[in-house]
Design a protein around this ligand. Sequence first.
Ligand SMILES: C[S@@+](CC[C@H](N)C(=O)[O-])C[C@H]1O[C@@H](n2cnc3c(N)ncnc32)[C@H](O)[C@@H]1O
Length: 210
Amino acid sequence: MCAKSKPDLDAAYALKTPEDSRRLYAAWAETYDAGFAEASDYVLPKKVAEQFVDAGGGGAVLDIGAGTGLCGQALAVLGVTQVDGTDISPEMLEVAQKKRVYSTLFTADVTLGLPVSDGHYDGVVSSGTFTNGHVGPGALDELLRVTRAGGLLALSINGVHFETWGFAQKLDALAGQIVDLRLPEIRFYGAHATGAHKDDTGYVALFRKR
Ligand SMILES: C[S@@+](CC[C@H](N)C(=O)[O-])C[C@H]1O[C@@H](n2cnc3c(N)ncnc32)[C@H](O)[C@@H]1O
């Protein structure tokens, strides 16, 4: 991203590398909640949390690309309170920290690996991180590594990103390691959304580690 670009969804979708993400989200952290999430009626974190809980998720949970903590907040409202969060952007996690809904927050690039032992979590959630310019299907191996056998994953995947990055093929390739795969299609923004992205859709990939 050019350093002068305004931090917004178009700039986010145009990212190419983890370093681009670090730079953009450092600039976006302070205004992300009011200037983007509220202003755009961004309902995705709440929907991911609902899908996770409806599918029986709970226990010790890791939020991947936790950002400013919107998914952790939504989980807390639903009674899931043992939640850790990780993100490539320390500035986004500083905002999340103030919400006091995460047990532990740590900075990491999920594409390089997480400082977490095998099978540590009962569940993994992610909202808005498997999207254009961000994280691709290769990271699913790392998410499965940190999940215990039988643990539940609920990951939003942008619909365009799903097609262009071959998530269906990756999920097929993981068939021996996952069970109960479902892909409900959801809208990312609510009824009050306006602008070019108001009708963006995608999936919540819901599955358990075998
Ligand atoms: C659109 S924001 C979503 C934040 C939050 N989950 C939400 O729904 O509001 C995407 C997040 O993914 C993080 N991210 C991007 N690339 C990443 C990577 N390689 N590893 C970890 N986090 C990453 C960004 O820093 C950003 O906080």
